[in-house]
Design a protein around this ligand. Structure first.
Ligand code: DQQ
Length: 540
């Protein structure tokens, strides 16, 4: 439907049509990034799930390939569900995925490339001895899915973890294997956290305490911390925990009990689910993919003929400046190759209650980098004690406080009938310290009535010496925002009806009552990525 075509993104990954959900089996192989995804070839709603497949040289421009795996076996009749790739030291590729059987039992299956010399990995073979794992005794047959990438134990075995639940306790089982065909379940469990429900798409990986590069999934040692990520089926968000991994006990212990698995920190405070990392051995980095669904109605999805995009892949590192208490996520450097002309604004002053138009050519495909400073007088004078501020419940960008909100209005129209504020809101605690929130308010994002208009966000750590900083990627119907170098991230889907194409504008706003804000910005127009359909003659 061409009426809705402005909602298609220009540089985020999405199939040509129909429904997409979780990222699957991402990896780098023989010069190509491979991306598989949960895909419904028949409709723009979830169902009939197979593995879509695309390849890229740079994680930005993509070539769609034929479907990699379809639901043609009894053990995956009800869906070829999520899974992960492991590249063995000799270059062999192991793919493990969940099959929903003809009786809807969740089992784990093994697959491998038919021709490892084909860099595009077009054809896949399912192991004739599938399934390789059934739900353990006492576990619901629909509560056992999404095997991880395997990592090596010091004994030289391969180890994986698989999410599940026991009543309302989320749990991750651990298995060791030598050949990926037979498995031994470890007595220890990776982690179990009461009240968190089913753990989908568990991810487990090391991060370096000292280096900026990413680590191979098997890395371990004194300079390493481990991360467990779970996707909570009950609240549809991805939570991570940083801590220590005890190999002997096959057990993970969080550094901070408040941030245990599934209860504390989130990768993203907007729409971002079923994510998965992989180690990119070509660039020595760990890269995160996340599924960003729609927040319009199912009827609208069917009408437009497609649903969901993927995040711009994000590199993941441990934040050394906050003593490793959070991760940093940042769009892969390759996205900067799409930057075209830029406009720069230096030291713009925004008085309390002001909106400043930023005169740029077009505002639907942008990469924005901005820094903000609150004037000293306001910081000293203010004596606010409202320490209860929460982005989602404190009134959004319209609610004025002494030191916030201020930030940008993206995907806005001239008359401000539609706009999406991405902003900071600072509170001065009784101890004199600032506590800063980073939010995205969708409540005025569209005149349409059938779209979700929640307000997203959370706290963001800001060090004494730091300015406030934002990076925003705007791409028609998606806004991905990163505060303080990626400590707090928010992805949102917005569906403007007026702020589209040439009518879209960008504004600086300051809705604080006391703070005067000085802002410096650089704004790039973004090129569209080539995301090309497959033609059989296009094989190499
Ligand atoms: N999506 C897959 C499951 C996974 C869920 C099915 C998470 O394997 O648990 O499409 O979105």
């Amino acid at each position: 439907n061409s009426m809705l075509s402005w909602q298609r993104t220009a540089y985020h990954f999405q199939p040509e049509k129909n429904w997409m959900n979780d990222p699957n089996g991402p990896m780098y192989y023989k010069g190509w990034y491979h991306f598989f995804y949960q895909y419904n070839p028949n409709a723009a709603v979830w169902g009939d799930i197979v593995w879509g497949h695309a390849v890229s040289r740079d994680l930005i421009h993509w070539l769609h390939l034929p479907i990699a795996m379809v639901n043609d076996q009894w053990y995956d009749k009800n869906g070829v569900w999520s899974g992960s790739a492991t590249i063995l030291p000799d270059g062999q590729i192991i793919m493990l995925y969940t099959g929903s059987t003809n009786e809807s039992v969740q089992v784990q299956n093994l697959a491998y490339p038919a021709d490892p010399s084909d860099p595009l990995l077009m054809d896949w073979i399912k192991y004739p001895g599938n399934p390789v794992l059934f739900p353990p005794p006492g576990i619901g047959y629909k509560d056992f899915r999404d095997p991880t990438t395997a990592w090596l134990t010091t004994e030289g075995k391969w180890r994986i973890t698989i999410g599940s639940k026991l009543n309302k306790t989320g749990i991750a089982f651990v298995y060791d294997t030598e050949d990926f065909k037979t498995y031994e379940r470890k007595k220890g469990i990776l982690r179990a956290v009461p009240g968190t429900g089913m753990w989908e798409c568990v991810d487990f990986y090391p991060v370096s305490k000292i280096a900026e590069n990413g680590l191979n999934t098997s890395s371990n040692g004194a300079e390493v911390k481990h991360v467990v990520k779970v996707s909570l089926d009950d609240d549809r968000h991805d939570y991570y925990s940083i801590g220590s991994y005890d190999e002997k006990k096959a057990h993970f212990i969080p550094d901070d009990a408040k941030n245990d698995v599934g209860i504390g920190l989130r990768y993203d405070y907007g729409i971002f689910y079923a994510s998965k990392t992989f180690y990119d051995q070509s660039k020595g980095r760990r890269v995160l993919w996340g599924w960003i669904g729609e927040s319009d109605s199912e009827y609208a999805d069917v009408t437009k003929g497609w649903a969901s995009v993927q995040s711009i892949p994000r590199t993941i590192t441990l934040d050394k400046k906050t003593a490793g208490s959070n991760l940093l996520q940042w769009p892969v450097a390759e996205v900067e190759s799409l930057r075209l002309r830029s406009d720069e604004f230096k030291n713009l002053k925004a008085k309390p209650g002001s909106v400043v138009s930023l005169d740029i050519e077009s505002a639907t495909q942008l990469d924005i980098v901005a820094e903000f400073e609150i004037n000293k007088e306001a910081l000293e004078k203010t004596n606010e004690t409202n320490v209860e501020y929460q982005c989602s419940t404190s009134g959004g960008a319209a609610k004025r406080g002494a030191l916030g909100p201020f930030g940008l209005l993206v995907l806005a129209d001239e008359g401000l009938s539609e706009y999406t504020p991405v902003y900071f809101y600072a509170i001065k605690g009784s101890d004199g310290h600032l506590k800063t929130s980073f939010c995205s308010d969708q409540s005025r994002s569209s005149l349409a009535t059938d779209v979700n208009k929640q307000i997203f966000g959370s706290f963001v750590p800001v060090l004494e010496s730091e300015k406030l900083s934002i990076r925003i990627l705007v791409d028609h119907s998606i806004v991905e925002s990163f505060a303080q170098g990626g400590r707090t991230c928010i992805a949102s889907r917005v569906y403007p009806t007026r702020a589209i194409y040439g009518a879209a504008r960008l504004y600086l706003f300051n809705n604080a009552t006391e703070a005067t804000v000085t802002a410096s910005l650089k704004i790039w127009q973004m090129n569209s990525a080539f995301i090309r359909p497959f033609h059989p003659d296009q094989k190499s």
